[in-house]
Design a protein around this ligand. Structure first.
Ligand code: ADP
Length: 207
């Protein structure tokens, strides 16, 4: 038992702040809104079914959130990852979570997109979110957290990445409402928290 672990009941469901006025891109759906959280902090502390990892193609560990996940999970994660034969951009592979409080890690490899984002990169980032959600569902995992995939070292502009993340999750939940209880957008930077707060109302508008 660790007191710094964060259980699902400590992560509130996302609520409109009242001042947000982004133009809605989808219909209000309160059932879907109840499945969304915005959490700023360390994804390795979340005691949920699965955390997504913004990995690299080797799956053998790296910097940023990948480094944090491998440090928290311990060497057995690298050992399991080394049996997987790497991972292509946009694909997802599931492993145990070992020393982490989550049950599983779903590794995905985001596109490298410094500066310019083309349709190839946009599609690859969408595939990351979609394939992580699909992998979770295939494994009966109902609570999943995502870091801001590709927006660190991989250079994908955060204000473009947030649109892909929110659109993909919105559409997945709409198509699979019974399969998922909570999707947590786990942001690390204050700037990403502000970005998600301003864009969530466009994808998950209030009735
Ligand atoms: P990528 O290589 O896909 O760009 P990075 O790990 O460099 O991945 O960055 C992705 C995002 O993860 C960034 O927003 C970074 O601030 C964030 N991040 C770094 N450490 C953590 C952590 N422990 N928990 C959640 N997010 C993190």
């Amino acid at each position: 038992y660790r007191t710094d672990y964060i259980s699902l009941d400590q992560v509130p469901v996302w609520k409109h702040s009242g001042t947000a006025s982004a133009k809605p891109l989808y219909k209000a759906n309160d059932e879907l809104n109840q499945k969304i959280s915005l959490f700023r902090g360390d994804i390795t502390k979340l005691e949920i079914d699965a955390v997504a990892n913004a990995a690299n193609k080797t799956l053998l560990g790296g910097g940023g959130v990948d480094g944090a996940i491998h440090r928290g999970a311990g060497p057995l994660l690298r050992k399991e990852c080394s049996t997987l034969g790497g991972c292509e951009t946009g694909e997802a592979k599931i492993t145990g979570a070992y020393g982490l409080p989550a049950k599983y890690v779903i590794h995905t490899v985001g596109p490298i997109a410094p500066g310019t984002v083309g349709e190839t990169e946009r599609r690859a980032l969408r595939d990351c979110y979609y394939n992580c959600l699909r992998t979770a569902t295939e494994n009966q995992l109902r609570t999943v957290a995502f870091p801001c995939i590709s927006t660190g070292v991989y250079g994908y502009p955060p204000e473009q990445a947030v649109e892909v993340a929110l659109k993909t999750v919105r559409e997945y939940l709409e198509d699979n409402p019974a399969q998922m209880d909570r999707v947590i957008f786990c942001v690390f930077l204050k700037s990403d928290e502000d970005l998600y707060k301003s864009r969530l109302p466009a994808y998950f508008p209030q009735a």
